[in-house]
Design a binder for this molecule. Structure first.
Ligand SMILES: [Zn+2]
Ligand SMILES: [Zn+2]
Length: 266
């Protein structure tokens, strides 16, 4: 299994996932031209993408979707309630390429994918767990708090991408209008560094070793601040960084770290 984030944050999100021969993009939050550039950097081509999976209908997750689907033969897995929103009201033209999903698990080749509804200020927002043979990758970004159900689904993942959007103090001190700050901090907003750190420690206790802090704000966070918060929490819980657990962060201008997990046949 190969997993690479191609960019993460409010200016665009996309993650490349390969399981066996299946190549998948999770979200298409960049224009097609930008996405092709980023795929080139990881030696991939848009025509080789088999499927797109969408988390939610915010523009930083679907910006290039229509362009991509128009040009390439690809199947799109989208929650049934946001298909129209994802295609800006012109969904009819693309329906033959859309697979409407709900919160039931589904498969792409031998990859098993389980969506989970998370609280966010969009019509629908899904976090996902990807399982291929004996490997497990989970991703949860764009959520105000972590539902217990997703916490359980993510247990024992090999790799977790978790939102670490903002530092509360930096957010309160930044130039955003107060109403925006409230939205971000609210139950349907984004996870703070504190919330991410708490979740990471809990998941480390289930055996997860690799974490990527994701969807970092450029106005109310820095990679260093986010990293230190989770690193300290892990150390306080008795984990040694770079030995017991590995902590990384994704970048808006990606691609980020390449993760390769060898899959056993059993
Ligand atoms: Zn987002
Ligand atoms: Zn969002």
């Amino acid at each position: 299994m190969r997993i690479v984030n191609l960019g993460s944050g409010s200016k665009g999100n996309c993650t490349f996932i390969q399981a066996g021969d299946a190549k998948i993009l999770l979200d298409v939050g960049f224009t097609l031209a930008e996405l092709i550039k980023r795929l080139q950097k990881i030696d991939e081509r848009p025509e080789n993408i088999d499927a797109i999976i969408i988390t939610h209908e915010h523009v930083d997750h679907i910006k290039g979707l229509k362009q991509f689907v128009k040009k390439y033969d690809v199947r799109c897995y989208i929650h049934e309630n946001i298909v129209n929103e994802c295609f800006a009201g012109a969904a009819d033209e693309y329906l033959d390429k859309v697979v409407k999903i709900s919160t039931y698990s589904f498969g792409i080749d031998k990859l098993r994918i389980t969506p989970c509804m998370v609280p966010h200020d969009s019509k629908v927002c899904l976090a996902y767990v990807f399982e291929y043979r004996n490997k497990k990758f989970s991703i949860a970004t764009d959520l105000g708090f972590m539902p217990e159900e997703m916490m359980k689904l993510m247990a024992k993942s090999d790799l977790v991408y978790i939102e670490s959007n903002h530092d509360k103090k930096m957010l309160l001190g930044c130039a955003y209008p107060y109403i925006i700050k409230q939205r971000i901090m609210g139950e349907h907003g984004h996870l703070s560094n504190d919330q991410a750190a708490d979740i990471i420690v809990k998941l480390a206790k289930t055996g997860t070793r690799y974490f990527v802090l994701s969807h970092l704000s450029e106005n109310s966070n820095t990679p260093e601040v986010a990293y230190l918060k989770s690193a300290k929490a892990l150390e306080n819980a008795g984990y040694i960084l770079e030995k017991d657990v590995y902590l990384r962060y994704s970048r808006q201008d990606g691609p980020g770290n390449n993760f390769y997990f060898s899959e056993s046949e059993d």
